[in-house]
Ligand binder design. Structure first.
Ligand SMILES: [Zn+2]
Length: 531
């Protein structure tokens, strides 16, 4: 590759919301912006086991936008496979990752253990975890913290500056200046990272400079406008949900993202209990990670807004943090109304799955989904109204009330994303829409074009697209290796999801059939269809 070229490859979060990873080669240096884990369907998650599309040993450094696992979750694997350079991030991001990455390693170990048990039964070779808790602890030693709004020069001809993106504690948009071309012209590029909404609890509105050649931006809520609520209105709506759920000794389960969502909900629940807006029932915080992360928040309390002078969220008589597995198990023995918050937010892992197993089939329970639910996740399946689900191999009827709220979100909605990109103008060459599912990307593209940006220069790349960024405009590059996944299957439910759905549908048809004779007819027809 000639010294003067700048090449960008979309190694993740292309037409899907997970696996954020952008590989940039600029002159002599080669670096990544984010190195995230793929989540969602099994097909997508398999990418976490496949070789990286680059040689980790030849990556010089990583710039990390924020601590969410879909942005940082493959860093331990990158390091395990020979990456030897620094990873630059803000202090808030590092403090969060100190707990989040080992937790992610632990989840990988447990998942692989379950998987290998099944593989042994089928006589199929065992698999290794993507990385372990120990690998994650090693990775953290490689992390370097930097301040917001201060230029760093991680390599010759590469300058970077982090701006507060208002998404979660420590989150950043990253401004880059790269020397390109024989005349060493400076290319200005902005990676949005995840962009927070306006008036978000705890954070100021997102901040970033203007005047770029290229902008790579997220589109998570590109197709949606959210209920805009003042803090009082938001608490009132939450109070309605809680009161409805707790009536007649009901139990409210909140699958909560350990970072931000848990702290936001804790903050509002405490306020509502103190003001008499909701009953003073115990609030179990049943997630070791969420408890640790809440402590990280408390250590950054000086940088956070809207805490009403509070120094702690955990030191409150109604909040019951349950760290150990024994404490967690004891929650099931508790009688009477309660609120149970547990990770993960999309019900994919963590203690929430045990609580769902225990409560989903009971009418007195309500599940409040409080955040984005990606395609193929259990949270999405519940949100879409499934009448039966499978958890750890057990089929469970869904009789609990399923509710969803978009009041608490870390993401800007369509109007806010449009305002954000308009604030970055002029953008001379192209805008790349990433980190969104198809519908959201298409809607955001229309909305940005309607706001006056040239539609021809708003591009939605697919996984493994590679582009040369020049001072005149983008130049697509010929592929040297096949794409890791067919763009058609990225960000959609895969055959595993379909199979699970079909077997649940068959079972419910058989259950509903009038008698065994009708059941035998259904089974005969199915058998015929298979032949
Ligand atoms: Zn994020």
């Amino acid at each position: 590759m000639p010294d003067s070229q700048v090449i960008l490859r979309f190694c993740g979060a292309a037409r899907t919301v997970t696996g954020s990873c952008f590989w940039v080669r600029s002159g002599q240096s080669s670096f990544l912006v984010d190195c995230g884990l793929f989540q969602g369907s099994k097909t997508l998650k398999e990418l976490n086991y496949r070789p990286f599309p680059f040689d980790p040993k030849r990556i010089d450094f990583v710039l990390l936008t924020h601590a969410h696992i879909d942005h940082a979750g493959l860093l331990p694997r990158l390091i395990k496979e020979g990456f030897a350079g620094p990873v630059y991030m803000t202090e808030g991001t590092k403090d969060l990752l100190t707990f989040m990455l080992p937790d992610s390693g632990h989840i990988q170990e447990i998942e692989v253990e379950h998987l290998n048990e099944r593989k042994r039964q089928w006589d199929v070779p065992a698999v290794e975890p993507i990385y372990t808790r120990a690998d994650a602890e090693d990775a953290i030693r490689r992390f370097e913290t930097i301040a917001y709004e201060t230029w760093i020069e991680p390599a010759d001809g590469v300058r970077a500056r982090f701006w507060n993106a208002g998404h979660i504690l420590g989150s950043a948009s990253i401004e880059l200046e790269l020397s390109c071309g024989r005349e060493q012209r400076v290319l200005r590029i902005l990676f949005s990272g995840d962009i927070g909404p306006e008036h978000k609890l705890f954070h100021a509105d997102p901040k970033a400079p203007e005047n770029f050649d290229y902008v790579v931006m997220e589109s998570t809520y590109g197709g949606r406008t959210r209920t805009k609520a003042s803090p009082e209105h938001r608490r009132m709506l939450l109070a309605q949900e809680v009161k409805q759920a707790l009536r007649a000794d009901g139990v409210l389960l909140i699958p909560a993202f350990a970072v931000e969502r848990t702290q936001e909900l804790l903050c509002d629940l405490i306020r509502l209990q103190e003001s008499g807006g909701i009953p003073r029932v115990p609030v179990f915080l049943d997630s070791p990670l969420a408890i640790q992360v809440t402590k990280v928040f408390e250590s950054h309390i000086g940088e956070l807004e809207d805490l009403g002078g509070r120094k702690s969220l955990l030191h409150n008589p109604a909040i019951v943090p349950t760290l150990t597995a024994d404490e967690s198990k004891r929650i099931n023995g508790f009688s009477g109304s309660a609120i149970i918050m547990a990770a993960s937010g999309m019900c994919e892992a963590g203690r929430i799955r045990h609580h769902l197993k225990h409560w989903l089939w009971r009418r007195e329970a309500t599940v409040l989904l409080a955040g984005f639910q990606a395609q193929g996740t259990l949270g999405r399946i519940l949100a879409d109204g499934a009448s039966e689900v499978k958890i750890q191999g057990t089929e469970i009827a869904v009789r609990a009330t399923i509710r969803q709220t978009d009041l608490y979100t870390g993401h800007a909605d369509r109007d806010e994303l449009v305002a954000w990109i308009c604030g970055r103008q002029p953008i001379k060459r192209a805008v790349y829409l990433t980190h969104g599912e198809d519908n959201d990307i298409d809607a955001l593209r229309e909305a940005i074009a309607a706001a006056g940006l040239d539609k021809g220069r708003i591009i939605a790349p697919v996984l493994d697209d590679e582009i040369e960024l020049t001072g005149e405009g983008p130049m697509p590059r010929a592929r040297t290796a096949p794409r890791r996944l067919d763009p058609e299957v990225v960000g959609r439910p895969d055959w595993h999801n379909e199979l699970a759905q079909i077997s649940l549908d068959i079972k419910s048809q058989l259950d509903m059939a009038a008698d065994d004779r009708s059941r035998n007819i259904i089974l005969r027809r199915l058998r015929r269809a298979l032949e």
